[in-house]
Design a protein around this ligand. Structure first.
Ligand code: ATP
Ligand code: MG
Length: 240
């Protein structure tokens, strides 16, 4: 089998908020079409890492590239234009705007070349029928699971190459957890590469290709998802 192209790469990345670094020495290679999942204890730096990827937090050391193009100096909107879309862990839709307005706002800042075309909007609405049928409803009136679908749909409006998801299943009931993971897998099957942070480890492993375990801001392990569980004890990885 020929090796697949690396679409997103980090090399020895370190970042933090104040004096010290929260994450350090993080190197990942995400292959085209993969679901790359980051798991780890609360406070281990998962959201910090994904914010660094999205360009919301400065990279202090190391570099980030998309398809061999360095994006380390680029701000968040410029990274969206390069094909990187990000769905935050919280506050990921505007509750006072309608679904339609949320979809529009999500691409308003993009330059024309990557601007969401009518075609992409159609594609997104087909992918998310629960949203397509409620365009004039305020996002604040959606259930947790529906809101997560809207946030996901807004990110898809930019026609991303890589989708960054920070805990897409957080706070959802088991039925919605399964539904959101099924949807992530369905979108991934269309060729989209996904980097996802998750606490719902068992469900996340069901759709993941590669798993990275982050503990205290450092990579403890990065392996094919199929190896977790058979050769690695998750409890030991998290704690030991
Ligand atoms: N804006 C901030 N300013 C200062 N410290 C922060 C900030 N955001 C996060 N931190 C700190 O960075 C560390 C890592 O936080 P982060 O949110 O990355 O963890 P996480 O792995 O995503 O946790 P969780 O599973 O609870 O979402 C924590 O100690 C946290 O307090
Ligand atoms: Mg987090």
């Amino acid at each position: 089998m020929t090796a697949r192209e690396i679409v997103l790469k980090t090399k020895d990345v370190a970042a933090g908020y104040g004096g010290g670094d929260i994450i350090s020495n993080i190197s990942i290679d995400v292959e085209e079409g993969q679901i790359f999942t980051v798991i780890g204890p609360n406070g281990s730096g998962k959201s910090t890492f994904i914010k660094v990827l999205a360009g919301l937090l400065h990279t202090r050391v190391g570099g980030i590239s998309i398809k061999d193009e360095q994006i380390t100096p680029l701000a968040a909107p410029e990274r969206v234009a390069k094909g990187l879309a990000y769905v935050p862990q919280e506050y990921n839709v505007f509750p006072n705007l309608t679904i339609n307005e949320n979809l529009r706002v999500s691409t308003e800042f993009l330059k024309r070349d990557r601007c969401a075309t009518g075609e992409q909007r159609e594609r997104v609405l087909n992918m998310f029928p629960e949203i397509a049928t409620r365009l004039t409803l305020r996002a604040g009136h959606l259930s947790g699971g529906q809101r997560q679908m809207l946030a996901f749909a807004c990110a898809m409006m930019a026609a991303p190459v890589v989708l960054l998801l920070d805990e897409p299943s957080a706070g959802l009931s088991p039925k919605f957890v399964a539904e959101i993971f099924d949807r992530i897998k369905a979108v991934n099957r269309t060729g989209l590469t996904v980097v996802m942070i998750e606490q719902n480890v068992k469900e996340a492993l069901r759709i993941a290709d590669t798993v990275m375990v982050l503990v205290n801001g450092a990579t403890r392990l990065s392996v094919p998802a199929s190896e977790i569980g058979s050769t690695h004890d998750l409890h030991k990885l998290f704690l030991g």
